[in-house]
Design a protein around this ligand. Structure first.
Ligand code: MN
Length: 215
């Protein structure tokens, strides 16, 4: 079964004014759409990989045939990263973190404010295109950045949540002001979904959807 572009879980304009409708439309339909299309084109050359999830493909890139390895790294990563990204945002999101992930953040960084400062700073300093993450490894959480569409999964870390610092994520509205985008973005984060992902990290089980009532 081919990989599919998941529908956006809210309207294109739902995250205004933090994320404008035009950026959301282009980002989801065109950018994420292209990653899915290009991933499927690569997998067509190696039908033995057709049954694998995108996560499984990028978890072990060394096992991917060399002729499609770069395509799977970039487009499989792009697919996995963006599938996460749409879900960890929501209208009227934001606020202080809740639940177990709030405790993990406080334990690792002292306070949510200190964590935000370090996360935003890492996002600003990521040169060129990439992502800034709260990732998990060995039971603990940490901030990391990845270039391009590389995923923490490829180096054995769990992507609890990440923010997209490619220019396509912010340039139409924020122009070159990446720090302003990073600061505003916290107003749309979906802590229920982040907690579901944190739970998946802690238990090693697949990400469970939070109850719809909580969204
Ligand atoms: Mn993107």
């Amino acid at each position: 079964m081919a990989h599919e572009l998941p529908p956006l879980p809210y309207d294109y304009a739902a995250l205004e004014p933090v994320v404008d409708k035009q950026t959301m439309t282009l980002h989801h339909d065109m950018h994420h759409g292209a990653y899915v299309k290009n991933l499927n084109a690569a997998i067509e050359k190696h039908p033995e990989l057709a049954g694998k999830s995108a996560e499984d493909l990028i978890k072990n890139l060394d096992a991917i045939p060399e002729d499609i390895r770069a395509a799977v790294r970039n487009n499989g990563g792009g697919h996995v990263n963006h599938t996460m990204f749409w879900k960890i945002m929501k209208p009227k999101g934001g606020g202080d973190p809740t639940g177990p992930v709030a405790q993990a953040i406080t334990k690792a960084f002292g306070s949510f404010k200190d964590f935000q400062t370090k996360f935003n700073d890492a996002g600003v300093k990521q040169f060129g295109s990439g992502w800034v993450w709260l990732a998990g490894a060995k039971g603990e959480v940490h901030i990391m950045t990845t270039p391009n569409q590389d995923s923490p999964l490829t180096v054995g870390h769990f992507p609890i949540f990440g923010n997209d610092v490619w220019e396509h994520a912010y340039y139409l509205k924020y122009n070159n002001r990446r720090p302003e985008y990073l600061a505003a973005w916290w107003n749309v984060i979906n802590w229920d979904e982040v907690n579901a992902r944190f739970e998946a990290f802690k238990t090693g089980k697949a990400v469970q959807e939070p109850a719809l009532a909580g969204r």
